[in-house]
Design a protein around this ligand. Structure first.
Ligand code: XMP
Ligand code: MG
Length: 188
C-alpha cells in the first residue's frame, strides 16, 4: 500500500527533492485568519478578488469558502515573453474582463517573492482606476521582497527558500502536494 502523504518525508519532482515544511492544517489556520481580516475590512463593499493563475487556484478556493462578505472572484494570468527591444522580458496581464473602475480589488497570489509580478499587476490595474487594490498572498518571502507595495494580507511569511505544494510548482509538478514543501539542500 502506498504511504500516506502525511508520512512521506521526501518527494522528488524532476531533479529536486522536497521535504514537508508547513502542514495542510497549519495553512488552514492561517488562511482562516486572513479570511477574518478581509471580512472585517471589506464588509458591505463587495470586493472583487482576482486570483493569479496558475498557482493561486488553491489559495483562492480556500480563502473564498471562508469569506462571509458578499464578493466576486475572477482569475487573471501574467504572461512573460521576450520583448523585441533591449528591455528583455516583458510581462502582460491577460484575462481581465471585468470593469474594475471604482471597485475594491484584492489580488490573490500564491506567493510574493521579489515582488516583480505583483508590482506589474498593481501598475496595470492602477491604469483602470479601481477604488483600491490590496494583495492577499498565501506565502510571502519578506527577505526577498524588493518593492514598496504593501502585501496587505499574508497567510504565512517564509524565509527565502524555494517551496512547492498547495498550488505552487516546480516546473509544473507539485501543485497537488498537501501543505507546503521546501527544497532539500543538496547534501555532500
Ligand atoms: P516575484 O519574484 O515576481 O515572484 O514576486 C512571484 C512568482 O515567482 C514564482 N515563485 C515561486 N514558485 N516556489 C514556487 O513554486 C517558490 O518558492 C517561488 N518563489 C517565487 C511564483 O510563480 C510567483 O508567482
Ligand atoms: Mg504565481
Amino acid at each position: 500500500m502506498a504511504e500516506s502523504a502525511t508520512t512521506v518525508s521526501r518527494v522528488k519532482l524532476h531533479n529536486m527533492e522536497f521535504t514537508p515544511y508547513l502542514s495542510a492544517a497549519e495553512l488552514e489556520v492561517a488562511i482562516a485568519r486572513v479570511a477574518g481580516e478581509i471580512d472585517a475590512k471589506y464588509a458591505g463593499q463587495r470586493p472583487l478578488f482576482l486570483g493569479v493563475l496558475n498557482g493561486a487556484f488553491f489559495f483562492a478556493a480556500e480563502l473564498m469558502k471562508r469569506l462571509d462578505t458578499e464578493c466576486e472572484i475572477s482569475f487573471i494570468k501574467v504572461a512573460s515573453y521576450l520583448g523585441t527591444s533591449s528591455s528583455g522580458s516583458v510581462t502582460q496581464l491577460i484575462g481581465l474582463t471585468e470593469r474594475i473602475e471604482g471597485r475594491h480589488v484584492v489580488i490573490v497570489e500564491d506567493i510574493v517573492d521579489t515582488g516583480g509580478t505583483i508590482a506589474h499587476i498593481m501598475e496595470e490595474l492602477a491604469e483602470r482606476h479601481p477604488a483600491s487594490v490590496a494583495v492577499a498572498a498565501l506565502l510571502f518571502k519578506p527577505d526577498a521582497y524588493e518593492r514598496q507595495y504593501p502585501i496587505d494580507h499574508v497567510a504565512v511569511r517564509i524565509p527565502n527558500v524555494f517551496v512547492v505544494g498547495s498550488g505552487l510548482d516546480h516546473d509544473g509538478l507539485g501543485r497537488n502536494l498537501p501543505g507546503i514543501w521546501r527544497i532539500l539542500e543538496p547534501t555532500s
